[in-house]
Write a protein that binds this ligand. Structure first.
Ligand SMILES: CC(C)(COP(=O)(O)OP(=O)(O)OC[C@H]1O[C@@H](n2cnc3c(N)ncnc32)[C@H](O)[C@@H]1OP(=O)(O)O)[C@@H](O)C(=O)NCCC(=O)NCCS
Length: 181
């Protein structure tokens, strides 16, 4: 299995594997912001210990698989912009996603970060890269479409969104792309 680089340069971002000492930046920039976390699958972080739990999970994933989460940093001012990554489910199938700090929305960063994840998926031998997004989340669906993902359909009452309507599974769109080596 080819391992992914732990640092990737894109036009405006540096993507790198998270480190344990990134907890404060993640917590402060986006993970504790309810506007940012409305449509994500994890609860808004209440304390930096929640963020440390994510980092421990990320470490475990990188240890087991050829890639994992990445943090996206601005090349311009060095600030943390958000996070993306690959979550491997098998050697050939991975899920992706992205989350950006509020002040980084609307500038094409998610599209830039997801394009880099497509390269990581190709490099590491993923054949199916997919993402789930809430059926009402137009901006996220648009990012996936711009990157060539195809909507395979609606998974009805599929996933709980803990910051939206906890305990009421929501309809999600399943987007995927098939990568050839
Ligand atoms: C969703 C999110 C990642 C988008 O990031 P971004 O960097 O603003 O995305 P981009 O600028 O690359 O592209 C957004 C696209 O959606 C479009 N868009 C934005 N809001 C929209 C809306 N309400 N309806 C339709 N399209 C919309 C933009 O116009 C743009 O498309 P365009 O380039 O054709 O104009 C960002 O808003 C975010 O982090 N939100 C919080 C976390 C989150 O919800 N993550 C996704 C979970 S599935």
């Amino acid at each position: 299995m080819t391992r992914a680089p732990e640092t990737i340069d894109t036009t405006r971002l540096v993507l790198r594997r998270p480190r344990l000492d990134d907890a404060d930046a993640i917590f402060t920039r986006y993970a504790a912001d309810p506007d940012v976390t409305r449509y994500v699958g994890w609860p808004t972080h209440n304390t930096v210990d929640d963020t440390r739990a994510f980092l421990a999970f990320s470490e475990g994933h990188w240890a087991q698989w050829p890639a994992g989460a990445y943090l996206a940093w601005s090349r311009d001012d060095g600030k943390l912009v958000g996070s993306t990554g690959l979550l491997f489910e098998t050697r050939r199938r991975a899920m992706t996603g992205y989350v950006l700090a509020r002040d980084a929305w609307g500038r094409g960063y998610a599209t830039e970060a997801l394009t880099a994840m497509l390269h990581v998926a190709l490099l590491t031998g993923v054949q199916r890269l997919y993402a789930l997004c809430h059926a009402d989340h137009r901006a996220s669906a648009r990012v996936l479409e711009k990157c060539g993902f195809v909507c395979e359909g609606t998974l009805r009452r599929y996933e709980d969104f803990p910051n939206l309507r906890p305990g009421e599974p929501q309809d999600v769109l399943c987007y995927a792309t098939i990568l050839q080596i």
